[in-house]
Design a protein. Structure first.
Lengths: 187, 175
């Protein structure tokens, strides 16, 4: 296979992807955006909401870090129950999400873990999530990720997904709160 | 590149959208990995482009502006609702996606995973040069890097994709 063949193969994938929104829908949304810009009060409100919702920590890997072969000696992830009842999760490679999910559930954490592809459709964002609750459940700033099971409200579960950054670090692990349901977190 | 006809009614925006939407969606999809999320992000980015069309239409590559805006929005969206912890090995997407993990994915999961394993700058160059069909000079202007750097990144990206994809495909077609 030549480079041209490879490029053709990759480019051919574009044919399978189609944007479904009509231009009228796009322009309608654009008009709403422009109208909102003209209302300073609303703009200030949006900034306040964004500031309140922003999480304190975004720990990123150094920009320019080059991917390399996965380390062979270490497990892809480890889950450790600590003396204070917290669960420490260290993810080194995005392998075996089902195993990690089973392990967390076995340790009493309603969890949904997805490393590639779609999140389960049954997973819905926990409606009473707040920055304060996130800090209680996930404690200090990672890594590693530390989960405080006792801080999980009734009906809430943990969702873990990879996060791909177009700028800076290529990949991080994102932890959020979802509604604990059988289809999502197993309970 | 200058899109003519910029005015209150933005008559050229519809043509820009028609010509660019699928390529922009594909470029975002291979970065975010989820079709529904990519659709939402690209739609929002095009809406922002419409709202700022006087500026965006003067951009060296408006489609590149849309892709970059969509990906920035993706970061913002997740930062608002997630706690992020870096992985020890950022190259370790590791598990090759299976059909069960990418239900209904419109893109070959091996190709998507291979592109997502590329370093960020190489992925940007691949998105602009291969997915949006921009030439080297326009890609360089959009990314604010030298044309020679674009060519170097593209060469490395193709080599990485070759190393990633060719062995997999050879395994799938036993001689």
């Amino acid at each position: 296979m030549t480079d041209d063949d490879l490029i053709t193969l990759v480019r051919a994938q574009r044919r399978n992807v189609q944007m479904t929104a009509s231009v009228e829908e796009i322009i309608g949304r654009g008009r709403a955006l422009r109208a909102r810009r003209r209302l300073p009060g609303l703009a200030a409100g949006a900034l306040a909401v964004a500031a309140a919702a922003a999480l304190a920590v975004t720990a990123l890997l150094p920009a320019g870090h080059r991917p390399g072969p996965p380390p062979a000696r270490l497990a892809a992830w480890t889950v450790t129950r600590q003396a204070d009842g917290t669960i420490k999760v260290t993810v080194r490679q995005l392998r075996d999400p089902q195993g990690l999910q089973r392990r967390l559930r076995a340790d009493g954490v309603p969890a949904s873990v997805t490393f590639f592809g779609h999140e389960p459709r049954a997973c819905q964002r926990y409606p009473r999530m707040s920055a304060a609750l996130m800090a209680e459940v996930f404690g200090g700033h990672g890594p590693p990720l530390v989960i405080h099971p006792k801080a999980l409200p009734h009906g809430a579960g943990v969702q873990l997904n990879p996060l791909h950054h177009p700028h800076g670090a290529p990949i991080a692990l994102a932890a959020g709160l979802v509604q604990a349901t059988t289809g999502c977190t197993g309970t | 590149m200058r899109w003519k006809g910029v005015g209150t009614n933005r008559p050229d925006f519809a043509e820009f959208y028609r010509r660019s939407k699928d390529e922009c969606l594909f470029a975002v999809l291979v970065s975010v990995g989820d079709r529904d999320t990519a659709q939402d992000l690209v739609a929002e980015a095009f809406a922002r482009a419409w709202a700022s069309w006087r500026t965006v239409s003067r951009h060296p590559a408006p489609a590149a502006w849309v892709v970059r805006t969509a990906l920035n929005a993706h970061i913002s969206r997740w930062r608002r609702r997630r706690r992020e912890v870096p992985l020890a090995d950022p190259g370790a997407i590791a598990d090759r996606p299976t059909a069960g993990e990418t239900p209904g994915s419109p893109v070959d999961p091996q190709i998507m995973a291979a592109v997502r394993r590329l370093p960020e700058r190489q992925r940007q160059v691949v998105a602009l040069r291969l997915f949006l069909d921009l030439d080297t000079a326009t890609t360089a202007a959009a990314l604010a890097i030298a044309p020679g750097t674009v060519q170097a990144h593209l060469g490395r990206a193709i080599a990485a994709l070759r190393a990633d994809l060719i062995p997999q495909r050879q395994k799938e077609v036993p001689s």
